[in-house]
Design a protein around this ligand. Structure first.
Ligand code: OGA
Ligand code: MN
Length: 288
């Protein structure tokens, strides 16, 4: 059966002795799901997966989403969202700088994703051969638990507004902006209200659910009060006490829980160093 090596941080664990290209048993996938609930981010090293296998493994955890940016999906595989700085024939093959601010995936949707299954295919290195392009993960359960009691009480019942357009509109590396969203894209991603503190549907744990990338305001507060509270919570979530930083190796398959964690990519590499990652996205449910 699987063995689990904790990262030593507030979240994160490596699962060893599993070859995901061969495993199919329900018992194993149940154990992996339990490990994901407990450790919030789990990863397997040295996996060798076809896109079909990546999709099939992902489906063991639930239904998959198709991303609103169809231009970033792997040709022939609408379930696979490509995160990469690689340009082929003058065209980026995926989202170039996805996730460089703290966020959880699809938190701007009415039913945010419950988890993402991320497969590292090419990892950049610096001039000393050390991997770059790490990803940081923060535990929103640990961050919530560490709040003072009066702050927890104040957050009860509050809702925030979340907007895909906010994250999309940000200025990219090199001062670039993306082309405006089309009307069709906009109609798929209208602003949505979510509880500031949500209950994890599987574990019952309380999770902070506002993020730097997509949350625009706390509903019912004036702008100054809302900005102050959001600023405080966003800084609190990314405090080092609650963070695990993953240094990628090609062949890593890493799964994160989008309710109990947030993540932030570190964009500290450039071509000719290539970074190529492929993500599937698990469909979630309405937060409560
Ligand atoms: C994502 C994302 C981070 C990274 O794919 O959802 O935020 O490190 N990626 O590429
Ligand atoms: Mn992301």
């Amino acid at each position: 059966m699987l063995s689990i090596r904790k990262s030593g941080a507030a979240l994160g664990a490596e699962i060893t002795n599993v070859d995901l290209s061969r495993e199919t048993s329900h018992e194993l996938f149940n154990a992996i799901t339990e490990a994901l609930y407990e450790h919030e981010v789990i990863f397997f090293r040295d996996q060798n997966l076809t896109p079909e296998q990546h999709i099939a493994i992902s489906r063991r955890f639930g239904e998959l989403e198709l991303h609103v940016r169809a231009d970033c999906c792997k040709p022939g595989y609408p379930e696979i969202f490509v995160v990469s700085n690689v340009v082929e024939n003058g065209k980026p093959i995926g989202a170039r700088d996805a996730g460089v601010i703290w966020h959880s995936d699809l938190s701007y949707m009415r039913e945010p994703s419950w988890g993402s299954v991320f497969y590292a295919k090419e990892v950049p290195v610096d001039s000393n051969g050390v991997a770059t392009g790490d990803t940081m993960f923060a535990s929103t359960t640990a961050a919530y638990a560490a709040l003072p009691a009066e702050t927890k009480a104040k957050l009860q019942g509050l809702k925030s507004l979340n907007s895909y357009a906010k994250g999309y509109a940000r200025v990219r590396k090199g001062g670039q902006k993306l082309p405006p969203l089309t009307e069709e894209q906009k109609s798929k991603v209208q602003d949505v209200a979510h509880p500031v503190v949500r209950t994890h549907p599987a574990t019952g744990r309380q999770c902070l659910f506002v993020n730097q990338g997509y949350t625009t305001k706390i509903i019912g507060m004036d702008e100054a009060e809302s900005d102050a509270l959001l600023g405080y919570l966003i800084a609190h979530i990314s405090d080092q006490r609650f963070v695990y930083r993953h240094s990628w190796r090609a062949g890593d398959l890493l799964i994160w829980d989008n309710c109990s964690t947030q993540h932030c990519a570190i964009n500290d590499y450039d071509l000719p160093q290539r970074r190529l990652m492929e993500r599937t996205t698990l469909r979630g449910s309405v937060p409560y």
